[in-house]
Design a protein around this ligand. Structure first.
Ligand code: ASP
Ligand code: MG
Length: 414
């Protein structure tokens, strides 16, 4: 017997039929003798609907009251799911965040969980109940309702799994796992059986939207094995006791590790270049300081080796920040006496991710060779221990991703 925490996202509880199907799946696990704690999101679209209501009254709603409002979405689904379980003869109890003491800090709308009292839940489990907990919400020290930021139910589930010392935290969603890359770009993309926390974090921050990043950080910190699975797959005879999906866990020396686990890409990049900047101490700070002061996040940065007394300085930002960045740079260029500012929004970032990179030389060279063979010009390069990213022209995105997917042996039939 094991203790499993399962989280069902908005689309998985998007209608009464979907909720009934979740109940069926939960029953399957119960019947196999497992203890189950279920965390649910609001029905899909509900949090947005509530948000819109608030904004009809106040463009920037009072954060405390917004949390009171937004947390109601999850209160609906915990009750409905518990009813669906009870109807099937499966004892169940629903709880809001504050009822099971999901204690958070007081940062409304993006609170962090600081503590969970697991006693009440353990008691219910010992009495044979399924415990259904509202995701996305908690309460602060003085009893105010808080929420954890959009997509926060993932984090609720992982935090509960950590507090209860669950054997596994299963995240049920509308895809059946984490893929080597976006199947819409590469039809040969495969579901991964296993990725490490680190790889998942890189992939998530590079744009793979399966899990809230914070939930992966949390899982990694507390060593909670996480599994992403589909709630839409037919449960069939063994009602839901499938354990496929993608397991996200710590690196395991026993496990055979692929060199590269996935190819991520991001279409939202833009680059800005300052040409002919005097090459002096403090220049990088003078260029990037005003950018940071405007809360613009910088991704890749390149400074060329100075050939004469000047250098070129290039960085990338989110496309939405492009116009503002360009304007700031033009100001800075005047102050520094730089020659010119140029920019480009028709660029994308393509990255290969894999912990196997650590122990293997030559991965970068395979990547560059593959792109060269396809005639793709690399504009920028950056690396970390388990990731290599390149910036290429937008028109080469699909070509680059497909070529790399094949070159690293990720294609389905490979
Ligand atoms: N209902 C919340 C949202 O839509 C939390 C979640 O779904 O994880 O962001
Ligand atoms: Mg959601």
């Amino acid at each position: 017997m094991s203790l499993i925490v399962q989280k069902y996202g908005g689309t998985s509880v998007g209608s009464v039929e979907r909720i009934e199907s979740v109940a069926q799946r939960v029953m399957g696990w119960r019947e196999q003798g497992h203890q189950v704690v279920v965390v649910v999101s609001a029905m899909s679209g509900e949090t947005n609907r509530l948000m819109a209501l608030a904004q009809d009254i106040q463009e920037q709603p009072v954060p405390r009251e917004l949390d009171v409002l937004l947390s109601t979405g999850e209160q609906v689904t915990i009750a409905l799911l518990s009813m669906a379980l009870e109807k099937r003869g499966c004892a169940a109890r629903s709880y809001t965040g504050h009822q099971v003491h999901i204690r958070t800090d007081s940062v409304h709308n993006k609170a962090r969980i600081v503590d969970i009292d697991d006693k009440r839940i353990h008691k219910d489990l010992a009495q044979g109940r399924v415990v259904v907990v509202a995701g996305f919400q908690g309460m602060d020290e003085t009893g105010n309702i808080t929420t954890l930021g959009r997509g926060g139910s993932d984090t609720s589930a992982v935090a509960l799994a950590a507090a209860l010392k669950a054997d596994e935290c299963q995240i049920y969603t509308d895809v059946d796992g984490v893929y080597t890359t976006d199947p819409r770009v590469v039809p040969e993309a495969r579901r991964l059986d296993h990725v490490t926390y680190e790889e998942m974090l890189e992939m998530a921050s590079l744009g793979a939207k399966v899990l809230q990043i914070r939930s992966v950080e949390f899982a990694s910190k507390y060593g909670v094995p996480l599994r992403v699975l589909s709630s839409f797959e037919d449960t069939g005879e063994d009602a839901g006791c499938t354990v496929a999906g993608t397991l996200i866990s710590a690196e395991d020396a026993e496990m055979e590790q692929a060199l590269i686990s996935g190819i991520a890409f991001n279409r939202d990049e833009a680059k800005v270049t300052m040409l002919g900047v005097p090459d002096q101490p403090g220049v990088a700070h003078k260029i990037l300081g005003p950018i940071a002061d405007n809360n613009i996040e910088v991704d890749m940065i390149i400074q060329n080796i100075a050939e004469d007394a000047t250098t070129d300085f290039t960085f990338t930002v989110h496309r939405n920040d492009y116009d503002k960045s360009l304007a700031i740079m033009q100001e800075t260029a005047k102050k520094l006496g730089a020659r010119e500012v140029t920019g480009d929004t028709k660029i994308v970032k393509v990255s290969i991710v894999g912990v196997g990179m650590r122990s293997h030389a030559g991965i970068a060279s395979t990547m560059f060779e593959t792109l060269a063979t396809e005639g793709v010009n690399i504009r920028m390069i950056s690396t970390s221990e388990i990731k290599i990213s390149v910036v290429v022209d937008e028109k080469y995105l699909e070509l680059s991703v497909r070529a790399l997917h094949e070159a690293f042996g990720l294609d389905q039939s490979a």
